[in-house]
Design a protein around this ligand. Structure first.
Ligand code: MG
Length: 162
C-alpha cells in the first residue's frame, strides 16, 4: 500500500503526589511532586504509546502491560514505549510524525520541551523535528487546573511500509 498512512490518538492522566519524581516524555522535571502510578507514571510516554498502538490497530498499553503485573511495577516507560515501537514496526509501520499536548498547570515545561521531543524522537526512531511537544494549562479548571493531575494527548501518523 504505497503512501498509505494511519492516524492514532492516545490520552492518559495521572495524579500528582509528593515524594514521587516527575518524569515527562522520558525527562526528569524539577518539581515538588511527581506522578503516581504502577510504572514511573510517565503520562506523556503512555499517551504516545497508545497513539502508536491505536494507529497500528493493536490493543492499548493497559492490555499489553497490565498494572496488575508486578513486572511493570515502577517500570521505566521508555522501555514500555520501545516495546510498543517494536510491535508497531513488526506490523509494517514507521512513524511519520508525532504531536503531543501536555495538560498541566505547573511547572512550566518550556525549558524541557526540546529534551522531551529529542527523547521521544529517539525512542520512536524519527528525527526530533518530527516530534512536537506543547504544554497547555487548564485555566484553573478541574483536577488538572488545581495541579492535582497531569494529562497528555498525543496524535501520531504512521506510514505503511509493506
Ligand atoms: Mg498511564
Amino acid at each position: 500500500m504505497d503512501g498509505a498512512m494511519r492516524i492514532g490518538i492516545g490520552y492518559d492522566i495521572h495524579r500528582l503526589h509528593e515524594g514521587r519524581p516527575l518524569i515527562l516524555g522520558g525527562v526528569q522535571i524539577e518539581h515538588e511532586k511527581g506522578l503516581l502510578g504502577h510504572s514511573d507514571a510517565d503520562v506523556v510516554l503512555h499517551a504516545v504509546s497508545d497513539a502508536l498502538l491505536g494507529a497500528a490497530g493493536l490493543p492499548d498499553i493497559g492490555e499489553q502491560f497490565p498494572d496488575t503485573d508486578p513486572t511493570y511495577k515502577d517500570a521505566d516507560s521508555k522501555k514500555l514505549l520501545s516495546g510498543v515501537v517494536e510491535r508497531v514496526c513488526e506490523r509494517g509501520f514507521v512513524v511519520n510524525n508525532l504531536d503531543v499536548v501536555v495538560h498541566l498547570e505547573q511547572p512550566k515545561l518550556s525549558p524541557y520541551k526540546e529534551a522531551m521531543a529529542g527523547c521521544i524522537a529517539e525512542l520512536v526512531g524519527v528525527s526530533s523535528d518530527a516530534v512536537n511537544v506543547k504544554a497547555k494549562t487548564n485555566e484553573g479548571v478541574g483536577p488538572i487546573g488545581t495541579a492535582d493531575a497531569i494529562a497528555c494527548t498525543a496524535v501520531v501518523l504512521l506510514a505503511v511500509t509493506k
